[in-house]
Design a protein around this ligand. Sequence first.
Ligand code: ADP
Ligand code: MG
Length: 344
Amino acid sequence: MTATAPRPIRELPDELISQIAAGEVVERPASVVRELLDNALDAGATQITVRLSAGGVRLIAVEDDGAGIAPHEMPVALRRHATSKIASLAELEAVGTMGFRGEALAAVNSIAELSLLSRQAGEGGAWLLDGGTGELRAAARNPGTTVEVRELFFSVPARRKFLKSDATELAHCIEAVRRHALARPDVGFAIWHEGKLIEQWRAQAGADALDRRVADVLGDDFLAQSVALELRAGPVHVTGRAGVPDIARSRADQQFAYVNGRFVRDKVIVHAARAAYEDVLHGQRQPVYVLHIAIDPARVDVNVHPTKIEVRFRDGREVHQAVRHAIENALAAPRAALLAESAL
Ligand code: ADP
Ligand code: MG
């Protein structure tokens, strides 16, 4: 490198800080879908509709029937590090909401055209905030919130070039909704693309809600060819379904693991599941499963990565053992369990 005259050290402008932060959180349209679904669920939504155009690049709209946002708070929601979900380190360490970093809306607003349409229950009307101009005006809507994101990466052409075909981006968006839907069978989800309804999963209630959601999202075959599992080991509670070896796949594309309702990719869990299938799966065959791990929030750090897809367990071994044993026990009696279920 050639020596250059030193440049003055300056703080970056706000807009650029947000765009840099957006690079961590928003890789593609599906990342936005995930953030907006997290927000809708945190707002207590029972029904969420996702509308997409051009694989989400042209439009992502997420409508919910949650708590809504007060008009004077709508501009605050778009500010960096502005959140209603935590107010202290103690709350971060016990966080039970999907969000807490207060950066998704600000980040998305810096790289796309964003608008917020919201109405709180008990209020007479709705308000629409244009994220670009900051203009707030009266509008119409049922209680709840709609976040619209248009022309993703319009201000970041370099990013736009990395996007794949609309069909591929759409598939990633659907996968994002699928992940949330498997976590929350009590919430109804619908996905529209170019004005056509492409997936709809109705809200489920009752003891077999998760099974019915699994059948809706992953298919009746997955349900029929998987075994229910449940294991409580100290502070760890594992529930879900493990696919029988026959339905193992060549790709690891049906492995859904959740920690306290959050979809995660975690080496400890993947390794534990792999170990549980060791004797019954050969070669590169990948097991299929849906695992819900409930654990005291104090025993898991969710603030490891901006996308929150990684977590760090205080004691990885206790989680590893619980997952491994939960699956092993379920696989040990698959025939008995399958017979018992088909008799219902
Ligand atoms: P975080 O989710 O980490 O708090 P976000 O940038 O995603 O940060 O959202 C900022 C704030 O905007 C949230 O804390 C919440 O108060 C509000 N908000 C966002 N989306 C919704 C929604 N769909 N319904 C109600 N409030 C919302
Ligand atoms: Mg959020």
